[in-house]
Design a protein around this ligand. Sequence first.
Ligand SMILES: C=C(O[C@@H]1C=C(C(=O)O)C=C[C@H]1O)C(=O)O
Length: 290
Amino acid sequence: MSLVIGEISYTNILPFFYHLDREKLKEANCHFTPQVPAQLNKAMAADQVDIGGISSFAYAANAGAYTLLPNLSVTSYGNVNSIFLFSKHPIEQLAAKKIALTSSSATSVHLLKIILEHFYSLDVQYTTMKPDFTEMLREHDGCLLIGDDAIRAKRELPDNLYSYDLGEIWYKQTGLPMVYAVFAVRNEAISKQAELVGTVYQSFLASKQLSEELNYQPMIADIVKTHGGSEDFWNLYFQQLCNDFGETEQRGLLYFYRLAYQLGYLKHPVDKLVIWDSVLIKKMLANNEM
Ligand SMILES: C=C(O[C@@H]1C=C(C(=O)O)C=C[C@H]1O)C(=O)O
């Protein structure tokens, strides 16, 4: 029995991974695979990754095959600070303009399309590219970057460019949080090895809780060393992200799915989320079945 754990290679997912007892999980035959979200989405759809963080859009595209893990997400109520449309023109003037989209995202590219099409009534031309800010803007009017690529570009943004935080726009337009990443597990992995899935789930939850209790220290000190930026920036970044997945976050996500379906980005409507039963998990733990 073994499980492949997908690990999004951006700092925003760190609260779930920083305090994991990786040695213990490796001894239990878990393997970690760090990749950008679009690659993890693909790998999970191809049965190469069993459990972990994926783009929330990828859950909707594979809803029948995956189950969501409760209380875990990467969400923002307003500014997300790492998902930006950078543009040579004000957003209202983007009709028929050319936008380069990062190839590492699934949620944010659809979020941008929904924002421009549904909220701004703009028809825009899109090209998908590797997340290279300079290359993307060479022949395009704007570009979408996410994660650490977006944080770096925003830090060094030339004065003549506009930047739009997609989390902020979504919240202003809908009054709802935006869920970028969810934690999912392939249904097959639950049916074959529920105990190990439970152990991994509890480990993610414990890491998240400890991260919150410690106010994201010392994680932030490590991030400053590896990614630069100030402690103040990262403190605010993690304070503004929400890692819960309760009723309001789920409502925001379902509204995103509704618009994605209406605009033709999802083949099937998703109006229900299948979430692993946390009561059952607790019972299994209490009975020492995990
Ligand atoms: C907040 C972010 O959320 C990420 C955005 C994703 C996407 O657009 O598909 C996927 C996973 C999240 O970790 C970010 O990368 O900045």
